[in-house]
Design a protein around this ligand. Structure first.
Ligand SMILES: N[C@@H](CCC(=O)N[C@@H](CS)C(=O)NCC(=O)O)C(=O)O
Length: 198
């Protein structure tokens, strides 16, 4: 199987972390591609052109992080990588964690624009959303205890990129979450998938 990624995409990083956490390094070949590029190798496998994308042996391609996580959990015979509809509380929480990651990506993308094109309104909105989300996560930290759950990995990747690119981290009011992130960031899977310093 081929997992198409970019070195700096937080969504790609979630999939790469999972490959390591689940011990699937020999089964999954990490393939670096470009995005937003009409010559990208990825376009032959996925018309969406987004990463991560997992090309299976039967040549079907999964191009959604949750589906990829579910599939990787399935082949690793782990049934608690993604939440099941049978546990609606976990299912809702996982959706929330993925939306935190998506919102941080929107903020990072906005902040990277040329200064004249940055929307202060978008930045303000995303910062407020991120503050609310961190407060919620700090209050519900017990939900982030499964280290190879999609929810935990999505939050670790979201908060790590927010710290690196936006200088946005958990503050004194969210000390439990800050401690959790510090510990999670030292996992071998997180250390091996750190974004490039660009
Ligand atoms: N909903 C998608 C989001 C993936 C996504 O937004 N990936 C970004 C990189 S973090 C991407 O590929 N962007 C390139 C593009 O928009 O063409 C998922 O869950 O996998």
């Amino acid at each position: 199987m081929k997992l198409f990624c970019t070195p700096n995409s937080p969504f790609s990083r979630v999939a790469r972390v999972l490959v390591i956490e689940l011990g699937l390094e020999t089964a999954v070949a990490i393939t670096t591609v470009t995005v937003r590029d009409e010559n990208s190798e990825l376009l032959a496998f996925s018309a969406s052109g987004k990463v991560p994308a997992l090309c299976l042996e039967n040549s079907h391609t999964l191009s959604d992080t949750r589906m990829i996580a579910q599939y990787l959990g399935h082949i690793a015979s782990r049934n608690n990588v993604t939440a099941s509809l049978d546990n609606i509380e976990d299912y809702a929480f996982e959706g929330f964690c993925l939306s935190v990651l998506e919102s941080i990506c929107v903020w990072v993308r906005e902040a990277r624009r040329a200064p004249a094109h940055i929307s202060e309104q978008v930045i303000k909105l995303e910062r407020a959303r991120a503050v609310r989300s961190l407060e919620y996560l700090d209050e519900h930290l017990h939900k982030l205890q499964n280290t190879y759950a999609l929810a935990s990995i999505a939050i670790a990747c979201a908060l790590d990129i927010a710290g690196r690119r936006l200088d946005f981290t958990a503050n004194n009011k969210q000390q439990k979450l800050a401690k959790w992130l510090f510990k999670f960031n030292h996992r071998a899977s997180m250390l091996a998938t750190q974004p490039l310093n660009t």
